[in-house]
Design a protein around this ligand. Structure first.
Ligand code: TMP
Length: 213
């Protein structure tokens, strides 16, 4: 049976993950591989509907929209739909899945940023997605200066419900990503994303070399 690979790209706001996902997909396709590029929250119609609830919020509720636990449950529900309808079938037929954010975003944002315990987030992931982990998680790290320059260009002041949280929140998210990668070095490739997209892409391909061999 042919089995593909599941690669997740992770990082804070403005790390350049979406650009790297596209560049990686092109490089893998050039090797003759079937590639599915997807994102979280989202990737299936149901998960994209949950994405809108999470990132746009809901009107008429006084502004908070979701408390941190409800938010974590919604991310886990979106992930469950995405894993079962898109990721697992694609990997089973031999495709490479390149996913812009996955579980470690919940651990970093809802855990590090919002204060939920890692144990609870992993428990939700076990229920929703049988604890499925990527073959490799590429963590792209950039300085806060570079991230804010990129966000100014990308969002022009219109960031979403989570992206618009304060600098302290995003500093906790960045620290949590680093701590996760430190704790599980075999599961992560840690990449410096401060240079040009092409230079970062070269580092991403180097990190993937063992999977491509
Ligand atoms: P993005 O796709 O533009 O990066 O936006 C997704 C936002 O959702 C981003 O602010 C990170 C956040 N997020 C979480 O807080 N937890 C998660 O599990 C995921 C996948 C994303």
């Amino acid at each position: 049976m042919m089995v593909g690979k599941f690669i997740a790209l992770e990082g804070g706001e403005g790390a350049g993950k979406s650009t790297q996902a596209r560049m990686l997909a092109d490089a893998l396709r050039a090797r003759g591989l079937e590639v599915v590029v997807t994102r979280e929250p989202g990737g299936t119609p149901g998960a994209e509907a949950i994405r809108a609830l999470l990132l746009d919020g809901v009107t008429g509720d006084g502004g908070e929209s979701w408390n941190p636990r409800a938010e974590a449950l919604l991310f886990a529900a979106a992930r469950s739909d995405h894993v079962h309808r898109l990721i697992l079938p694609a990997v089973a037929r031999g495709a490479w899945v390149v996913c812009d954010r996955y579980l470690d975003s919940s651990r970093a944002y809802q855990g590090g940023g919002s204060g939920l315990s890692d144990h609870d987030i992993l428990a939700l992931h076990q229920v929703g997605s049988d604890g499925l982990l990527p073959d490799l998680t590429v963590l792209i790290e950039v300085s806060s200066d570079i991230a804010s320059q990129r966000l100014t260009l990308r969002d022009a002041g219109n960031s979403d419900r989570i992206g618009s949280r304060g600098g302290d929140y995003h500093a906790r998210v960045g620290a949590a990503f680093g701590a996760l990668a430190d704790a599980e070095p075999a599961r992560f490739a840690r990449i410096d994303g401060n240079a040009t997209p092409e230079q970062t892409h070269t580092l991403v391909l180097q990190a993937l070399a063992p999977l491509l061999a």
